[in-house]
Design a binder for this molecule. Structure first.
Ligand code: ADP
Ligand code: NA
Length: 331
């Protein structure tokens, strides 16, 4: 019934953050009515770095609960966890044989996540983008709503799809388009303006977790790094001021207003009033979601049922596509 299909995912590798919410999940809610939507808790991706098994099971349910609490509706879309649909891993293997080492060597996320001790990173972390390409292509998704941090991986997914099509002389995988939406496309850490806010950052003060309570959110925002200049009066005045720009973009996204509008309101002042208002705003948007998320986390049977039904629906779409891939490859 739908012409266009969305796929997107979140790793169950820690607490959901404001970055996951503004960069991804919130946008899915607006898209789910107009696209056939597939949203995945990407547990295979999570284990590219060590995850305690009990913790992984818990985080998988938490991420699903966070999606649903944010308004992603299991009746409107498919919600499941990646490991339950083996076609992801199988297509990823085929893509391991399509993608070139030189392409993977250019991926900045691997460099960031592997850090200085690259020899000790898992080989899964290195081929992570091939699995991500498989996640998308196993459904022939046409659009992928993500944060800006995933742009490079999506370009790689297109390159892989194109090379597969060329190598085998088929017009099989579609050229997927990223959907990078909203005023906070790349939410940065609260500790410095150079790294993105991430659930895998070891410093809890660097991020706002979707499970943080009111006081914790207020404290983290109060302590967030800024500079000593007054607030900018126009978006141009935010150039070279990564920390200020980040907080104002968060404010704009949370209030559905433009960055320019926020600059007009607070320009020329110090950060104190703005930060206090930002804390109130964050609490008012996240508070109800947090509460619903906690309630859902106690309903394990319900969450497990959603994931199970989701994986069955996902398999109905991916099985025939995998069958076609087998024929194309010569299996
Ligand atoms: P994390 O780094 O928090 O583990 P994931 O890899 O699970 O994030 O990403 C899940 C989704 O959230 C992706 O679409 C990603 O682009 C988005 N996302 C993650 N962090 C941010 C951020 N700081 N700003 C905007 N979007 C983000
Ligand atoms: Na990521």
């Amino acid at each position: 019934e739908f012409k266009q299909r969305i796929f997107s995912g979140v790793q169950p590798s820690g607490n959901l953050t404001l970055g996951n919410y503004l960069g991804a999940i919130r946008n899915w809610v607006g898209l789910q009515k107009n696209y056939e939507s597939i949203f995945c808790v990407v547990d295979l991706h999570a284990i590219t770095v060590w995850q305690d098994p009990e913790q992984l099971r818990k985080a998988t349910r938490e991420v699903a609960a966070g999606m649903i609490a944010s308004g992603v509706d299991p009746k409107e879309c498919i919600i499941f966890n990646q490991s339950q649909v083996p076609a992801h891993a199988e297509l990823a293997w085929i893509f391991n044989c399509v993608a070139r080492l030189g392409w993977l060597n250019r991926m900045t996320q691997f460099k960031e996540k592997a850090g200085k001790n690259r020899e000790r990173a898992s080989s899964g972390l290195y081929v992570y983008p091939n699995l991500m390409a498989a996640d998308i292509m196993i459904y022939k998704a046409t659009h992928v709503p993500v944060g800006e941090d995933q742009k490079q991986h999506l370009e790689l997914a297109r390159d892989i799809a194109q090379k597969f099509n060329n190598d085998y002389g088929v017009d099989f995988f579609p050229m997927v388009e990223p959907l990078i939406l909203g005023e906070a496309k790349r939410v940065m850490s609260l500790r410095d303006g150079n790294s993105k806010m991430s659930k895998s950052d070891p410093s809890d003060n660097s991020r706002i977790n979707m499970t943080d309570d009111r006081d914790t959110i207020a404290k983290k925002i109060r302590k967030a790094k800024t500079d000593s200049e007054p607030m900018a009066e126009t978006p141009d005045g935010l150039e070279g001021r990564a920390e200020a720009k980040n907080l104002i973009s968060i404010f704009a996204a949370l209030s559905d207003r433009s960055v320019a509008d926020i600059c007009t309101e607070y320009g020329g002042q110090g950060f104190a009033q703005f930060k206090s208002d930002l804390a109130d705003l964050s609490v008012s948007v996240l508070g109800p979601i947090t509460e619903e998320m906690k309630r859902l986390c106690d309903e394990k049977t319900y969450i497990d049922q959603v994931l199970k039904e989701g994986s069955e629906k996902a398999r109905k779409i991916s099985d025939p596509i995998l069958k076609d891939v087998h024929k194309i490859v010569g299996f």
